[in-house]
Design a protein around this ligand. Sequence first.
Ligand SMILES: [Ca+2]
Ligand SMILES: [Ca+2]
Ligand SMILES: [Ca+2]
Ligand SMILES: [Ca+2]
Length: 292
Amino acid sequence: MKSSTIAVVAIASCFVPFHSRLAQAPPSWHRHVIDASSRGADGVRTADVNGDGFADLVAGWEQGGITRVYLGSRDALGKPAWTAITVGKSPDVEDAVLFDADGDGAMDVISSTEGNHRRILVHWAPPAQRYTRESDWTTETLYADGTQWMFATPIDMDHRRGLDLVVGGKNRRAAVGWLEAPVHPRNVSEWTFHRISEAGWIMSLRVIDMNRDGLPDILLTDRRGDLAGARWLEHPGRSSPRLHGSWTNHWIGARGREANADRRGRLGWRRPPGDRGAALPRQRFPSKHLPK
Ligand SMILES: [Ca+2]
Ligand SMILES: [Ca+2]
Ligand SMILES: [Ca+2]
Ligand SMILES: [Ca+2]
């Protein structure tokens, strides 16, 4: 679980009255609970599942062992309302993301699980008219090699067969890699894993074109091992043989440190005992993860 403070799936709204801004008072945030029915909601990711203009959510409940989608709408008074869908069981789920894995138009869900479960799961969605019918969802293992998986995000790596999945893990045999979509994505055994970097404990993983060459690179923070720190992996080119092998690593900072993000989304690290080295200035850094 990334943080004991995330006990519920919630949204917060900020009200900053003009007079407050004049007085430079801190803004007042109100928590609106969407779901508190399970345990260990480990972050929320968003997408517009049904194209109605309202953001929909997905959350993995790590201790509860389930993944749920929340369809957003407005009630008669115009306030946000949510329809919860348990899309499948996902023991030790660390992360969940909405992703139409088979390209049929119905948004499926990928759960990354760690603990003892250690799988990339796909929860296949039924067609739109039955999307909220939980019994019509099915769950399969998309990939498992014994690694504890921390994060997955969709991106088309090779301009072939639609979107692929970038994944990252932690602890023994941990890696950053991508799962190549096959011709028939429903044939889960045909998704091919390509290991592109060793890893210790992936905390953040974003797909960003870091060098502006038009190819999606991978920006990450890793908190353990020889490759701990903030770094990015350079996409070698879609026709390069290295696309399916090791990618060039570029360091950003906090090398060898336990890179982590604080509760305000800033990057920092823990200095080892006795280390009197100069500290880098903290910097804003996109991170879904909060300190353990
Ligand atoms: Ca929506
Ligand atoms: Ca689908
Ligand atoms: Ca592809
Ligand atoms: Ca690039």
